[in-house]
Design a protein around this ligand. Sequence first.
Ligand SMILES: CC(C)(COP(=O)(O)OP(=O)(O)OC[C@H]1O[C@@H](n2cnc3c(N)ncnc32)[C@H](O)[C@@H]1OP(=O)(O)O)[C@@H](O)C(=O)NCCC(=O)NCCS
Length: 172
Amino acid sequence: MTAPALRPVTEDDLPMLRRFAVEPGLIGNDWLGFRDAGAQDRRFALDGYLGTDNGRLIVQVRNQATGFVTWSAHSYGGSAGFWEIGIVLLPEWRGQGIGWRAQALLCDYLFLHTPAQRIQAGTQPENVAEQRSLVKAGFLLEGTIRAAEFRAGQWRDGLLYSRLRTDPSVAV
Ligand SMILES: CC(C)(COP(=O)(O)OP(=O)(O)OC[C@H]1O[C@@H](n2cnc3c(N)ncnc32)[C@H](O)[C@@H]1OP(=O)(O)O)[C@@H](O)C(=O)NCCC(=O)NCCS
């Protein structure tokens, strides 16, 4: 397995990004209905997906775009900010050891370039691949968030994970 690398979004990635907005289920359990596919082009034109409060990087393997990772700024109060991260790989790239490595690389990137103490990630109880990926990427399970999201016709619980700057590092 070739280790993935993270790189900025380019114009050539926009067709792939548009697919996730309009192909039901391509994004996995996080499918929330059709979205404005043109938003991808507008965001790319604005800042190349590298904003101050959120961003996106492409997960690349052997010169191929396999999916992307995201991060966004949140706060539990005062100035105690943290990042929440997310990931989606194209179906043909799943289950090959790319997802957990990409999330570990994103943590390294965020801890290197920002002073964040905490990175969190949520997933669904049925998403075993993401649960295992997060643990392999150095995250610890914090607990269940009741009625965390409205998805596929009903309110559903979520699982919350976190990795702190002071947690053990992970070799990718
Ligand atoms: C979730 C996702 C990012 C995981 O990345 P991945 O590259 O498929 O996973 P990896 O190959 O890195 O595997 C990581 C761990 O998960 C396990 N795993 C992978 N796919 C699995 C599956 N379908 N069922 C159960 N376990 C699975 C692997 O065996 C490995 O654990 P192990 O080494 O302890 O055995 C990827 O599958 C994906 O993009 N899914 C759709 C989008 C999504 O669900 N994103 C997260 C939203 S919260």
